[in-house]
Structure formats: C-alpha cells, structure tokens
Design a protein. Structure first.
Length: 506
C-alpha cells in the first residue's frame, strides 16, 4: 500500500493541474509582478500552481511557557503546564504558514488527473511543524522546565498537511488517494467563524472536533477520499487503510520483553459527509470512526525523571511496569493513550449580508480499543511509543463540542469576528467519586470554554493585518493535567491571550 501511495503521488507531480476542493472558480494566473502584488492572481505555470502563506505576530499570555521552534499552534489556548505571563512570538494565527503545489491535467474530455502536496512551516523558526517533537524535547524534564508541548497531526513529515493524487470527473466527482484532511477537518474550515485560526479558534487549535475525538486524526495517511456534488447537494466518503506497527502487548502485571505478544495495527478509519447549500444557507452532517486513535497528552517520563509524582514511569499498556529493560529505547519516543473513537457532527452557516452566522455541534464517544497497541507501536511521522495505554477509560467517555459565532464585513475590507466554543465531557470514572473533597481526576466530568474577538483588515488582496483577544478556561476533569492517580491540576486553569500580527498569502 505504501508503494502504491508513493507511485500515485509521483505520477501526480509529473502531471500538472489546479485542484479545487469545492468547485470554486480559480483566479487567473499572474501576468506580471505588479499584478501579483495588487490582485489575487495565481502563480501558475503550465497548469501547476504554487501557493502558500506567511502568518506571524506577537502576543501576550497570562499563563504561558517558553516557546519552542517546533510548536505551530502558538499559545492562545489554556495550557495544562502554563504558569507565567510573558510576551511571545505568535505563529500561524489565522492560517498555517507553509507552501503547497497543486495541479489538474485533463487527459480526456471531462476527465483529469489531480494532485496536491502541502506542508506547514513555522514562521518563527523555519522548522517544519512538528507536534511530536514538542513532546520529545521535553522528555524527562521537570514540569516547570517545559516549553510548549502539544499534540497534533503535523509531526515533521515532509508534507505534514496533505500529499495525494487522483482522478476527477466533471460528472462523477473526484477520487483521490494519499495523506488527506479528514472530512471533519474540511467541515471545520468551512463552518468555524474563525476559519480554524489557532489564535482565535478552539476547534482549530485543539483538533478534537475535526479529528472526531483526537487531534492527531485531523489528517489520515493512506486514505481514499471521494467527493461528488449534484446541484445543491454534495456527498463525501473517506476510508483509511491500516498501517504502521502494532508493537508488543502483555496483560500480565509482571511481564518482560520475552513474555510479550506482538500486535498488529488495526488503525483503519472511515467517514462520510452529506451536505447541501440553498441560497445563503448551507449545512453539513459528518459521521466519523477511527480505530486505535492515539492521544499524546504529555512528554514521556523516562528514567531521567523517575521521582516526579506527576509523571508516569510505566512503559506498559495498562500502567503495569515493565520488569527489566524496556522493549525499546525511550529516546525520541512518545507516550500515548489509545481509544476507538466514534463521532457525528452537524454544522450550519447562514449569510445575511454583511453578516455571516455560524453554528455547530459534535457528539463523540470513545472506548478502550478492541485491538490493543503495544510498546513500540508506531505513531505519526515515524515516531514510536515507548509507553502505551489501552485501558485508560474506566467506562465509555462521552464528549460534546459546540460552537457559534458571527463574522461582520465592514466596507468589504475589514472582517470583525466573534466566536464562542465549549467542550464538555461526562464522568467516566469508576467508582464515581468526583468531588472537591474526594479529589478530581481527568476521568471526572468537566468543561473547556473559549471566547474570542478579532479584527482582520485586508490592505491588499494578499496582505492583511489583524488584532484580537482570546480567553479560555477549564474546570472539573478537564482541569486535570495528568491522567494517572490522584489529580494533578493545571498550573493555571485559565489563559488570556491578546495577539496582533500580519499575514501574506499567495
């Protein structure tokens, strides 16, 4: 399957095209440097289009951490380890900085070969966007010594956004294969009032909603995706093939490398999208399912920090310690929680010029995986897990995410956006002893809230400047930073984050 993927991608690069996602009109190619500077013309040569963005600013956070060059999400959302107010370089506020190339080549009337390849680059460092590296560079450090450690779908891959190729028909839709955005991610970008901007959007920053339960699943490797539009109705379907290594698993409380059963990866996934647009109103419904979804909450706590009570020192699947030498070297590895995820989302948008209204809701249920992963299992971007948990949930975990907002356009050049987001989880702890007296754990019911407001002024078709604020806070089980043992709370349960910056797109 991997060879087939590389072959199709290579064929796509040899052909030229101009891929469009939703049958939208494409600006004309640039004819001069002046036209490039003053219009939204495309950098197209013989059908191949180069595109990209550079988005950077400065911000202040009330409870933050030192920045690092791998973090592409910035610092606006409340962070489990944040504890200091500070000024920061703010990357990728409205849009991920990066480069891409896309194309469309007709080989028969109405039939074309299409391809797209794009990657995210951090404007503050020039490094590829890499969530996994933000964890590994903090491995073994005391909590107060962390820089920003996040989880996400971009893990330093050469094309950490998308790389795919396929066939498009004017009448029968588009079929593509490769690394692609999940259908939930496509819907999020359409129905989020902040457009998924990290500085002002919880559902863009976190990815729980777009990934159907885990942010690493906002993009699917080795996936087939089909899109079809018929009149006002559109349909999408997506399937991901299982890939990678399942590692080695043992249910025994006292086990060794010799008493460990190799496991197979069963991380296949599927999703659907059914939507319609009627005049100024549009709506989409997106169900998704992902097996062996991985969540990396904190840096790995290996032998460098065995005395830290808030850091797990187990390298097993079910918090049972390994007897003797670990199965793999803990260097450059991550610690993951594994679940089988199901989700269904509904979102709508209505335009009442000059205002656009947005609303959405997603219901997610997560279970311990039917097929466990083991120590040494592969995570995204070539990283492996030296710590795995397949039995993290006492009972079924239920998550609800809802959002709403409005965007007002003033005199065609200035957008004013107000957004509100909330995530809720149930009490999935057994026994159900969640209270201030008993002590909260991450399995207790809790909420995360974020509100944001920002102005975005377009000086030209390509350059805009923005300024805004975001405020977020957590409570209950979602305010617990470490998922093991008695609750270790966030260093601070809130964050206030004003940001100002600029963006250049082409």
């Amino acid at each position: 399957m991997r060879k087939a993927y590389l072959f199709i991608a290579a064929v796509g690069f040899l052909l030229s095209s101009s891929l469009t996602f939703a049958q939208q009109s494409t600006p004309d190619p640039c004819a001069s440097g002046h036209e490039f500077a003053t219009t939204d013309c495309t950098l197209t040569w013989h059908g191949i289009t180069l595109y990209g963005a550079y988005d950077v600013g400065v911000g202040w956070v009330s409870h933050g951490l030192p920045e690092n060059g791998y973090n592409y999400e910035g610092a606006s959302l409340v962070n489990r380890n944040g504890f200091q107010h500070r000024f920061l370089i703010a990357p990728n506020n409205l849009q991920q900085t990066g480069l891409g190339i896309r194309g469309k080549e007709e080989f028969l009337p109405g039939w074309s070969v299409v391809f797209n390849a794009s990657t995210g680059i951090n404007p503050q460092s020039g490094l590829l966007a890499n969530a996994s590296a933000t964890d590994t560079i903090n491995n073994g450090l005391p909590r107060r010594s962390y820089s920003y450690a996040i989880d996400g779908a971009r893990a330093g891959q050469p094309f950490n956004d998308e790389i795919y190729a396929g066939i498009s028909s004017a009448h029968f839709g588009t079929l593509t294969f490769g690394r692609q955005r999940a259908l939930g991610t496509d819907a999020m970008l359409l129905y989020d009032p902040a457009g998924g901007g990290y500085a002002f959007s919880y559902i863009g920053y976190n990815g729980t909603m777009a990934g159907g339960g885990d942010t690493e699943d906002t993009r699917w490797d080795d996936a087939i995706k089909y899109r079809l539009a018929y009149g006002p109705v559109h349909f999408g379907a997506m399937y991901k093939f299982a890939d990678g290594s399942g590692g080695c698993y043992s249910a025994s409380a006292n086990w060794t490398a010799a008493a460990c059963t190799p496991e197979s990866a069963h991380n296949n996934a599927y999703g659907f999208d059914l939507g319609a647009a009627f005049g100024k109103f549009s709506v989409d419904v997106v169900p998704q399912h992902y097996n062996q979804a991985i969540s990396v909450l904190n840096p790995l706590l290996g032998p460098q920090s065995p005395t830290q009570s808030f850091q797990s020192t187990t390298d097993s699947i079910n918090t049972n310690p390994v007897t003797g030498t670990n199965l793999i070297d803990t260097h450059n590895t991550v610690y993951g929680i594994v679940t089988d995820n199901y989700a269904i989302m509904a979102a709508a948008k209505y335009t009442w010029d000059p205002v656009k209204f947005f609303a959405g809701y997603e219901y997610i249920w997560q279970k311990n995986p039917s097929n466990p992963l083991g120590v040494g299992a592969s995570d995204q971007g070539g990283y492996n897990m030296s710590g795995v948990e397949d039995h993290n949930l006492d009972s079924e975990k239920l998550v609800q995410v809802w959002w709403t907002g409005a965007k007002y356009t003033y005199r065609s050049k200035t957008d004013i956006t107000l957004s509100w987001y909330q995530q809720r989880q149930n009490d999935f702890r057994l026994p159900r002893t969640c209270s201030p007296a008993a002590g909260f754990r991450s399995s207790c019911a809790g909420t995360l809230n974020e509100g944001s407001f920002y102005l975005d002024h377009h000086f030209t078709k390509r350059f805009d400047g923005f300024a805004g604020i975001a405020y977020s806070w957590v409570s209950g089980g979602l305010a617990i930073a470490i998922p093991h043992g008695p609750g270790v709370p966030y260093n601070s349960n809130n964050n206030f984050a004003p940001t100002v910056g600029g963006r250049f797109t082409f």
